[in-house]
Design a protein. Structure first.
Lengths: 213, 501
């Protein structure tokens, strides 16, 4: 059931080129791993419903941004209307980890006056043998910026659900507490349509009825 | 407001007044017009059609100053209410004209009001078969032309906007109306020509476009209304499947459209500031070059291929891929081609021969399949048709968005902006034709599956498919127009040979 959700959150996914942003999102929204993937052009869009509590669904609109520098002027425009973000790096690519700081600086400039709740994601954790970034140092960096850290793999479907739902829950708590509020002219959080009938949770699984595209 | 017996009079009156005073303020369909419709025309919305958002009311407008779309909507209502006592197809022509008028102006208002017209029309009239529609359209076209030849001024045309458009097109010397076009191509072509031509008709349409909300806004509002409605009517599981707006959003059409609008807007601002910074000869040369671009955006190719050629799956895939490679952007149309071919595959299965005609040996194998096919009720076909249209439209707009991003931020270009514009306009034509033939296939499915259905059950579904196909074509064409500023800035940047980053 598409129309019934409590809130809609807009999440942005950023990070260096080829760290696996699109693959992570497609695993989450389409439930499969895309072996070959062209570089993202500008920005791409995905959505999925997440049930955070029985009967309480959040619609996630996920903005997949191009990692390539040449599209930066396009992707920058999307920070402002995001409530949450996944900052990805590739655990087998040290450079992408070193750039995390720059990504955070960049968002800080463009998200004003709003804030984005970020989670740091160490991606491609199935390739542990080629690891160039230790879990410890990634956790340290995340803590320094007040972020959570999680390691994921789109190929092996490790922690993909958890990365998105944990972030969604954290944002939901902030919204419930009133730390994040729905604002006119800001698209980060939107109120959904509250149904006048209580629904069973079986309608939720949207990914099952998505076409194979 | 005139309430004469001649059903065309209201159209004439209203349309004329718009044209004469040239007022470009949005106006709500005035109450007085509504009152002229009979009470019974307030029928419940047909599940298959959706309400589009009304435009914002403007406080200080007179009754006569209504938008062309609303004028024709009002006209449609009146036509219908007056047609109620009469049955049969005698008045289909009039209804068709109202629809055409509305559809021609979709650029401005995305077809708002057409649904209303159709809801009412179909409750009292029923809808003819696809072939009847095209015949009627051709008939209407001929008639309009005849009328226009009699009268020199476009204001006096009998069908309001519609005739104005024809005149506008004629005045530029482009012959666009000829036989063999079906309703959808016809509508699409009209819309396109009006947008594209640099004549009074164009300016008026452009004016409408500027002061009304953007395309994505209108679509978003429509979608939100649908969401609201469906959430209140949760018991009706099937209804959701036929909401074009919701489906279009599900395929991320809205997001891509918004993104495209953003790029278009940014480019437009840049172009304007560059033009403002130039003067004299420099300015004139640039203006001339930009004019070439605009010409390429005029979709003249619409008239080239009148012949109905049915494309195979490979043909479509090949053609769209070729066009894309000509663009020299790295984006690929695979998603679109796949969705299109899936739709055709479904249709083929749906139309495949019944069990009796199969050979004995195949029977067993086919039994399961046929059982499934037989379950394709007209509602199923309708739902799938709407879904496919929404999907193809969303993917088309996604392609345009990607193209814009790549034109602006892609690598060095070996293709000129004008060449790209021509290819894009070819692509737009092709996509619209594709939607047209797809909708015809779907309605064939509907008529085949629904032979035993009553007309008042079947016809609204057929109408809905045609309506959404026509809307889809409008959306694609509007999205195409959003690319113009993008290509303009690309032309300017290449031309100035500035050391671009």
């Amino acid at each position: 059931m598409e129309a019934i959700w409590l809130y809609q959150f807009r999440l942005i996914v950023i990070g260096d080129s080829t760290v696996g942003k699109s693959c992570l999102i497609r695993r989450f929204t389409e439930g499969r791993f895309a072996q070959v993937s062209d570089p993202t052009v500008g920005v791409d869009f995905f959505s999925r419903l997440v049930e955070i509590e029985p009967g309480k669904r959040i619609k996630l609109q996920i903005w997949d941004t191009a990692g390539q520098e040449r599209f930066r002027s396009i992707t920058r425009a999307y920070y402002r209307n995001s409530v949450g973000g996944l900052l990805l790096f590739d655990i087998t690519n040290r450079r992408s980890f070193q750039n995390v700081h720059e990504w955070l600086e960049e968002t800080k400039v463009h998200v004003q006056p709003y804030q984005i709740v970020f989670v740091l994601v160490g991606h491609k954790c199935d390739l542990d043998t080629q690891r160039q970034v230790t879990r410890h140092e990634a956790e340290k960096l995340a803590a320094a910026y007040g972020m959570k850290y999680i390691e994921t793999s789109a190929r092996d479907a490790i922690n993909v659900e958890k990365a998105f739902t944990d972030l969604t829950r954290d944002i939901y708590e902030l919204v419930k507490r009133g730390d994040i509020t729905i604002q006119e002219g800001w698209e980060g959080v939107k109120s959904g349509f509250v149904p006048n009938v209580v629904h069973s949770s079986e309608e939720v699984v949207k990914s099952e009825r998505r076409c194979l595209c | 407001m005139s309430d004469e017996d001649d059903i065309e009079t209201p159209v004439l009156t209203e349309a004329t007044s718009i044209l004469e005073d040239g007022n470009c303020e949005p106006a709500k369909n005035p109450e007085s017009v509504d009152q002229s419709a009979k009470p019974e025309s307030k029928s419940e919305p047909v599940a298959s059609t959706r309400k589009r958002p009304e435009s914002k009311p403007s406080s200080d407008l007179e009754t006569s100053e209504v938008l062309p779309v609303q004028a024709s909507q009002a006209a449609g209502k009146e036509t219908v209410s007056k047609d109620v006592p009469q049955s049969g197809w005698g008045y289909w022509g009039s209804w068709g004209k109202s629809l055409l008028s509305s559809a021609s102006a979709t650029v401005a208002t995305v077809g708002q009001g057409i649904s209303n017209v159709i809801e009412k029309a179909e409750t009292s009239l029923g809808i003819p078969s696809p072939s009847e529609i095209s015949t009627e359209v051709q008939y209407a076209t001929g008639e309009t032309h005849a009328k226009e030849n009699e009268t020199s001024s476009p204001m006096t045309g009998p069908f309001g906007v519609f005739s104005t458009i024809s005149t506008a097109v004629q005045s530029t010397g482009k012959s666009v109306i000829s036989g063999g076009l079906d309703a959808l191509e016809f509508i699409g072509k009209k819309t396109m020509d009006v947008i594209a031509e640099g004549d009074p008709g164009f300016k008026r349409t452009k004016g409408l476009m500027n002061r009304s909300s953007t395309l994505s806004q209108v679509l978003r509002e429509a979608k939100e209304k649908e969401e609201l409605w469906t959430s209140n009517e949760v018991t009706m599981e099937t209804d959701k499947k036929t909401h074009y707006g919701l489906l279009f959003d599900e395929f991320q059409g809205l997001s891509h459209l918004e993104a495209l609008e953003m790029l278009s807007r940014e480019s437009e601002i840049k172009v304007k500031s560059i033009l403002n910074s130039l003067s004299g000869e420099e300015l004139e040369t640039l203006k001339q070059e930009l004019e070439q671009l605009k010409e390429a955006f005029s979709l003249a190719e619409f008239c080239e291929e009148e012949e109905e050629e049915k494309k195979g799956d490979e043909d479509f895939t090949k053609e769209i891929t070729e066009l894309f490679s000509q663009l020299n952007v790295s984006s690929k149309p695979e998603k679109l081609a796949r969705a299109r071919n899936t739709a055709y595959e479904w249709i083929r299965t749906s139309l495949s021969k019944p069990l009796e005609e199969k050979e004995e040996g195949e029977k067993q194998l086919e039994a399961e399949k046929t059982a499934h096919i037989n379950k394709n009720s007209i509602e199923d076909i309708h739902a799938f048709a709407i879904r496919s249209l929404a999907e193809l439209t969303a993917y088309s707009i996604e392609l345009f968005h990607k193209t814009a991003a790549l034109v602006l931020h892609g690598r060095k270009q070996e293709v000129t902006a004008v060449e790209r514009s021509r290819t894009l306009s070819q692509m737009t034509v092709m996509l619209c034709k594709e939607l047209s033939s797809l909708s015809k296939e779907f309605t064939t499915c509907l008529t085949t599956a629904g032979v035993k259905e009553k007309a008042d059950v079947l016809n609204p579904l057929i109408t809905a498919v045609f309506l959404e196909a026509s809307n889809s074509a409008s959306y694609i064409q509007d999205a195409f127009q959003l690319l113009l500023p993008v290509l303009e800035i690309s032309l300017i940047e290449n031309r100035t040979e500035l050391p671009e980053a």
